[in-house]
Design a protein around this ligand. Structure first.
Ligand SMILES: Cc1cc2nc3c(=O)[nH]c(=O)nc-3n(C[C@H](O)[C@H](O)[C@H](O)COP(=O)(O)OP(=O)(O)OC[C@H]3O[C@@H](n4cnc5c(N)ncnc54)[C@H](O)[C@@H]3O)c2cc1C
Length: 372
């Protein structure tokens, strides 16, 4: 969506990533805004421009090309197989397939490449009318025209787990984000004008490795199996479409299926469901407590005018592909560079961009003797 703020300021050169976006068509405002945002309607053109630059400098982009195997010999990567039929050989391979390429994790595991389980977070999207959030944040009955749609950021501790808002989208849309049939996953985005009548935010509970005991038979894939089980349970409760289960926020807390739901930006549509029962108790119970705490911090937030929508499950990767701190290379596979969110080293556009810069530099260093 192009919300470009990050908490990982120490990981690399944020300004360089921002300038690259400006050079490829983003407004220069992002260089000075406190909460820079490009917008889902503007991003495709910018990404296309970045692709043109890559091609201009000799890079190639292969569409419809799925990596289906890794060529590994004597502890070193030799390339990849694409679409089960063509081999691309290389001295170095950067793997940046994102946090939802589950097939890649299973493939690596099957090939004996070491992976690690990693904590992440899981929960719901909560959608309010934007004017309600504006009233709370600006203390104005109606937002002045010059003011942008307002946002919020909330966090609290419930027992020993953090619960926090994530990827808040003022004037935004809740969108379907499943990557395989048979699952319900939602996410959020906004157009650059942030002018939809709704405000939504991921609201998630930290999932630590000790929470995954019931999935222990899945070994390092326990977190992934937990994530998948929630996504599939929500899908199985529905009518086989991408309609998402939802509940008024107050009904979610009271444990009651909503007689009717509030309007929503979610285009496939919502249906009333007992999310308080469908979500695992470890998640639902903490969310139910947290939203009441959020209501005390932000008067008006805990409102029957808000919908809870399931499920926000892809906040970050449940798996890490371990790499050496200095060389950025997998500790056991020479020439193999896991990068970005799917490798567990980023959470968002800017941190993934900075990780990309660091890995690119590491690959250059690794290849220097070969290129000489
Ligand atoms: C709706 C939505 C809105 C978001 N909005 C924001 C936002 O505003 N700000 C923010 O910071 N983050 C946002 N995010 C998260 C952000 O998109 C990710 O954090 C970021 O894209 C991670 O970058 P990455 O390069 O590591 O992986 P990705 O961008 O996920 O890229 C992985 C790529 O690998 C490809 N791939 C996967 N498997 C294979 C394979 N086997 N062979 C070949 N290619 C493969 C995928 O098709 C994809 O192109 C949003 C995510 C969603 C879904």
């Amino acid at each position: 969506d192009g919300k470009l703020y990050t908490r990982s300021h120490k990981r690399g050169n944020i300004e360089k990533a921002m300038r690259l976006l400006v050079e490829h068509g983003a407004k220069s405002d992002i260089l000075i805004d406190a909460h820079p945002h490009i917008g889902s309607n503007k991003l495709p053109k910018i990404v296309g421009n970045i692709r043109s630059t890559i091609e201009h400098y000799g890079g190639q982009v292969h569409f419809d090309s799925n990596v289906t195997d890794f060529l590994i010999e004597d502890g070193a990567i030799k390339g990849v197989t694409v679409n089960n039929n063509s081999e691309h050989t290389a001295e170095a391979v950067i793997l940046a397939t994102g946090h939802s390429a589950r097939d890649i994790y299973y493939l690596l595991h099957q090939k004996g490449v070491r992976l690690e389980a990693k904590p992440y977070a899981l929960g719901v999207r909560i959608e309010h009318p934007q004017p309600l959030i504006d009233q709370i944040q600006y203390n104005q009955r109606q937002r002045e025209a010059a003011l942008p749609a307002s946002s919020y950021r909330l966090a609290c501790q419930v027992g020993d787990r953090g619960v926090f808002s994530f990827c808040m989208c003022p004037g935004g849309l809740v969108v379907p984000a499943a990557t395989a049939p048979g699952e319900i996953v939602v996410n959020g985005m906004s157009m650059s004008k942030r002018d939809s009548p709704y405000a939504n935010s991921g609201t998630v509970v930290a999932v630590e490795l000790e929470d995954l005991a019931p999935f222990r038979q899945h070994g390092i894939f326990a977190g992934l199996a937990f994530q998948q089980s929630v996504e599939q349970a929500l899908f199985n409760h529905g009518d086989g479409s991408q309609k998402a289960p939802a509940q008024r926020l107050t009904d979610f807390v009271k444990g009651k299926v909503s007689g009717n739901l509030n309007g929503s930006s979610y285009i496939p549509g919502l249906y009333a469901a007992p999310l308080h029962e469908l979500l695992p108790p470890s998640i639902a119970d903490k969310l139910r407590q947290a939203v009441q705490i959020f209501g005390q911090k932000m008067k008006g937030y805990y409102s029957e005018e808000a919908n809870v929508i399931g499920t926000e499950s892809r906040t970050s990767s449940p798996i890490r592909i371990p790499r050496d701190r200095d060389t950025y290379m997998h500790s056991e596979v020479r020439g193999f560079f896991p990068a970005g969110e799917g490798a567990g080293y980023a959470g968002g556009i800017i941190s993934a961009a900075m990780d990309g810069q660091n890995v690119a530099r590491a690959v250059k260093k690794f290849l220097a003797p070969v290129l000489r």
